[in-house]
Ligand binder design. Structure first.
Ligand code: TRP
Length: 495
């Protein structure tokens, strides 16, 4: 009979990755044996990335997603171009960078699900178990984000087919706008594509770290980079590059309002996938010898570069057809299809473009369930695929609320005139992400011994140590708190 629960023996045996234990650990020498033990304790029971590079690729996969391709370009354009970019880069360096280091470090030291990793470190350092709330919030937040993220990814998937089939040949903005409305108005269509996207995500996640996540990452990431460059070259060849460049990089400080500042920080969290335990879960599978600080440097730089190049590509294509960029969903689903529908070989390149976006969304989606799946596998000793199915089902049910927010339930706006989709979006963006990031910074900055953290992070020089402490215990928490407070005041106090 197929058992839902794994016999503990087998699980434990599987968790020790035989080829990572040094050969002499079996030879009988006591030291060798201890070394072997120490290494095996540094493994996660869920599996390990097969190399440091794979961890970086997986984390980049999580970071690069709809946030980079869909959101970043237009918030940059809207909020003063180069001026906004400057603020955004400052947020990434002063807040995103240290918080990401802290989050990955917690996973790498704990080697378990975010909840249990934080719990373990809290206990080891005689701190309250309540800190594991970081993991709980991340787990719940990750599922909520995935529930609406997968709805948009479903739209994207539907558009791959639409573009390749030439549905937008010669279309104008009116036609694509109507097509988009007709599509989102149809609960059945949106539900179908959302369900498909969720099914593929859960299928891959259920197969585990090495046979699922890692294979998906190995296949998708090279394709994402190639397609991104193809889009940029296509955009340049169509002749809209310079206009796109000016739209994104013009420096207009008068357009940079307080709101732009808030948007910049919120986006820094979202785009780097931090604050939610997702990157902590990935960190738990990171090889011991891989350095956190170099990994984070690469992840942050690549994520930012992808956002910039994607923006340049999109705006070049949009301007090539003499249009101006629109914001929000309109940019990808209304404006871009017009451009592709009227440019040479537009159907092929349009289809490829949406394929690129779908892959990017997919490698982000698979990171969002990992905190929950790892936790329930650990706690209930259940098989991974069973947990994955249950988490998938819960996410799907939540997602149905977002699917219907655009049609059947569009009038259901329980608070502040927000649909279910809006509520999930704002709840995570405004509360879960910043507060999760704040808790991580405070825990690492104030409740773990500095010396230990410096050692974990391999920060050796004295000045770098103080810069680190200043960032994680002062700069990051205070900036997050200020921005969080301003966001709440602005949106809820009628400001
Ligand atoms: N970073 C992804 C994007 O830019 C979204 C994402 C994936 C995410 N995992 C996350 C956001 C965890 C917050 C937390 O599209």
């Amino acid at each position: 009979m197929l058992s839902l629960f794994a016999p503990p023996r087998i699980r434990r045996a599987k968790s020790i990755n035989a080829d990572r234990i040094k050969p002499f650990s079996i030879s009988g020498s006591v030291e060798g044996h201890l070394e072997g033990m120490a290494e095996s304790q540094n493994q996660s029971q869920h599996g390990m990335w097969s190399s440091g590079a794979l961890f970086v690729l997986a984390a980049v996969g999580s970071a690069v997603g709809l946030g980079n391709i869909w959101k970043f370009p237009y918030i940059t354009g809207e909020n003063g171009g180069g001026a906004f970019l400057l603020v955004y880069l400052i947020c990434i360096c002063l807040i995103g960078f240290p918080v990401m280091m802290a989050e990955i470090m917690l996973g790498k030291q704990g080697r378990m699900s975010p909840i249990n990793s934080v719990l373990k470190l809290a206990h080891e350092n005689n701190r309250s178990s309540k800190w594991s709330l970081i993991g709980w919030a991340g787990m719940v937040g990750g599922i909520i984000i995935l529930s609406f993220y997968a709805v948009i990814a479903g739209w994207i998937s539907a558009y791959i087919y639409q573009l390749f089939s030439g549905a937008f040949q010669g279309a104008d903005g009116g036609a694509t706008g109507e097509a988009f409305k007709k599509f989102t108005d149809s609960p059945a269509q949106v539900l179908l594509w959302f369900t498909l996207f969720m099914a593929v995500t859960i299928f891959v996640v259920a197969r585990g770290v090495n046979k699922g996540l890692e294979i998906a990452i190995r296949i998708c990431m090279p394709l994402i980079f190639v397609l991104l460059l193809v889009m940029l070259v296509y955009g340049i060849l169509q002749g809209g590059f310079w206009d796109g460049f000016k739209y994104m990089f013009h420096v207009d400080f008068s357009k940079l309002k307080l709101n732009g500042l808030l948007v910049a920080m919120g986006h820094a969290f979202f785009t780097l996938s931090i604050g939610m335990g997702a990157i902590m879960a990935y960190g738990a599978y990171m090889p011991q010898r891989e350095s956190v600080k170099s990994a984070v440097s690469v992840i942050v730089i690549v994520d930012t570069l992808v956002a910039l190049v994607a923006g340049l590509a999109i705006f070049s294509i949009v301007y090539a057809h003499g249009m101006s960029p629109s914001d929000g969903p309109g940019l990808l689903f209304v404006t871009a299809p017009v451009a592709f529908g009227n440019l040479p070989l537009g159907s092929i390149f349009g289809g490829l473009f949406f394929l690129f976006v779908a892959f990017a969304a997919f490698t982000s989606a698979i990171s969002l369930t990992e905190p929950a799946i790892a936790y329930f596998v650990e706690e209930m000793n259940a098989r991974r695929w069973v947990v994955a199915l249950v988490i998938g089902a819960i996410t799907w049910v939540l997602g149905v609320g977002s699917v219907f927010s655009f049609n059947l339930w569009s009038d259901f706006q329980p608070i502040f005139g927000w649909t279910i989709f809006d509520i999930f979006d704002k709840l995570t963006q405004w509360f879960f992400l910043p507060l999760g990031g704040l808790a991580i910074a405070v825990f690492v900055g104030f409740f773990l011994p500095w010396q230990k953290v410096w050692d974990y992070l391999e920060i050796k020089s004295q000045w770098a140590r103080y810069v680190w402490v200043a960032l994680i215990s002062v700069v990051a928490p205070i900036s997050i708190l200020v921005v969080f407070a301003l966001t709440i005041v602005q949106h809820f106090a009628g400001g």
